[in-house]
Design a protein around this ligand. Structure first.
Ligand SMILES: [Zn+2]
Length: 505
């Protein structure tokens, strides 16, 4: 669908759609009891709902940008405390268009607060972006109309949706953030003999999972607070009757590796953590192979709402998160930057993984030593004072720096600077079976610092700026999974491997 068609459809549903929000339980698209929800709210439903939800002094809705396919990206702000609303919270959903329940839960949250403003604590300034990827939602697919995976675009920021997302993130500067997804909860074969003879299959146990930001450059205080919230969610979800676990990825226990998801910065959770928020990812479990995968949508929405309530916490927990976040934003940079990390299990601890066993119908606790929850740092480099981007690459780097909101200066005349060049030794495309690592590693060597002349047009990015951590994540040439994992930036290496960004020690 073209952008114009999309806009026309929105206008049409705005004319007819006021009834959706005001309607009673008869409207089965948006039943009063969220647990009865069986069909996800469409882009048109959401648009109509948000337009009728605006309430002066409580709820404002803004359009923050347009998707690749030309559809609006909405932000809802809920605030009844005015200046008392110190704790800024940002929940966002549906970066992956076919992962729907987080968006539905956020829309129920809007309705709940619209009907009962007292449910919004006065100290909370709440920002919701329920549908980051309207193109994917309309097409019921993971990617947007430009075929991009938005939750892998937070480093490159090549997509208009993610550019809009960070304009909001830098304006709001949330203290607490959560990214809402869904994972596939279908059974996984444990041992397969021959082509189709399955000896035993495990089912993915939880219906909802949560994990905190985990990039090594994010201040430890934010990650520790995040893990505390992940742990304390367990009794809350148990009381509500929802199977819950920390969010991990990997294969079935006990044979296969299970670990937290990637500590890289190309997703929302680590992106906002790097901006100083106590930042989370939530994944609700869908049985994609079920006859009707949305038959239990209302249950997933209920689990989401329970978790949102837990994340919002108490006045005391919000005051703590506010202080931690404000302090993290003023924290000096660490003296070293971890450039090569992987998940491991220090000392081979035996952990328990819950899985349901279709053969017996029981939830089993499977012992395994393949639970890799320790982030091991394999190499580090000293933190530089600045990065220098050679004039030959300024054209491709300028929009990248601007999308990230990074401060830089352009040399008006040649300058002599003492800088370290870095050379791309090799690029490793495939997944590493032995070390169980992701593909696209860049192996980079760092040369000694040498004074040389940089011509006019060179860009200098100093690290004494508010988003210095983000600048490192974007520019540090020695990162195992940095910018040169992407072909268009790898193409900037000279024949001897020299990369266009140099380090100023
Ligand atoms: Zn997802």
């Amino acid at each position: 669908m073209s952008g114009w068609q999309a806009i026309r459809r929105v206008s049409l549903s705005l004319l007819m759609g006021g009834a959706l929000f005001a309607s009673g339980p008869a409207d089965m698209r948006f039943p009063a009891d969220h647990r009865q929800l069986k069909t996800t709210l469409s882009f048109e439903d959401m648009t109509a709902l948000l337009k009728s939800a605006e309430k002066p002094g409580l709820i404002t809705v803004s359009e923050e940008g347009r998707s690749a396919g030309g559809r609006p990206i909405f932000l809802v702000r809920l605030n009844r405390g005015g200046a008392k609303a110190r704790c800024r919270v940002f929940f966002y959903a549906q970066q992956h268009g076919n992962e729907v329940s987080g968006k539905d839960a956020l829309l129920y949250m809007v309705r709940s607060i619209a009907e009962h403003p007292e449910r919004l604590p006065e100290d909370v300034d709440l920002y919701l972006m329920p549908m980051v990827n309207p193109d994917g939602a309309v097409a019921n697919q993971r990617r947007n109309d430009a075929k991009a995976d938005l939750n892998r675009d937070h480093l490159l920021q090549s997509q208009p949706e993610i550019q809009a997302f960070y304009r909001v993130a830098r304006r709001v500067l949330p203290h607490l953030a959560a990214d809402c997804h869904e994972f596939t909860r279908d059974g996984e074969d444990y041992v397969r003999i021959g082509e189709d003879h399955v000896r035993r299959a495990w089912e993915r146990w939880p219906i909802i999972t949560l994990d905190a930001c985990n990039h090594p450059l994010i201040p430890a205080s934010l990650k520790i607070e995040g893990l505390r919230v992940v742990e304390t969610a367990a009794p809350v979800l148990a009381k509500a009757g929802h199977p819950y676990a920390r969010y991990t990825v990997g294969g079935p226990a006990p044979e296969e590796e299970i670990r937290p998801s990637t500590p890289e910065v190309d997703d929302g959770r680590n992106g906002l953590g790097s901006h100083g928020a106590v930042s989370f990812i939530i994944e609700a479990g869908v049985r994609r192979s079920a006859k009707d995968p949305q038959a239990d949508l209302g249950i997933r929405v209920d689990a989401y709402l329970t978790l949102f309530q837990h994340l919002l916490g108490t006045p005391e927990s919000r005051a703590r998160i506010f202080e931690l976040s404000e302090k993290a934003r003023r924290e000096p940079l660490p003296p070293f930057i971890a450039t090569n990390t992987f998940w491991g299990n220090v000392d081979g601890k035996v952990g328990l993984v819950k899985m349901s066993d279709p053969a017996s119908g029981q939830v089993l606790e499977i012992p395994t030593a393949n639970l890799m929850l320790d982030l091991v740092v394999k190499s580090s480099v000293p933190t530089p004072k600045a990065y220098v981007i050679e004039a030959r690459a300024a054209k491709i780097f300028r929009p990248l720096l601007e999308h990230h909101g990074l401060v830089f200066r352009e040399l008006a005349a040649a300058e002599r600077l003492k800088a370290e060049r870095c050379r791309l030794v090799r690029w490793e495309a495939p997944y590493d079976e032995l070390y169980q690592r992701y593909e696209n590693r860049t192996i980079v060597a760092r040369d000694a610092a040498v004074e040389r002349e940089f011509p006019a047009g060179t860009l200098v990015v100093a690290l004494d700026q508010p988003l210095a951590r983000r600048a490192i994540q974007v520019l540090e040439p020695c990162l195992l999974y940095g910018l040169y994992s992407y072909a268009e930036f790898r193409a900037l290496a000279l024949p001897d491997g020299a990369l266009p960004v140099q380090r100023l020690p």
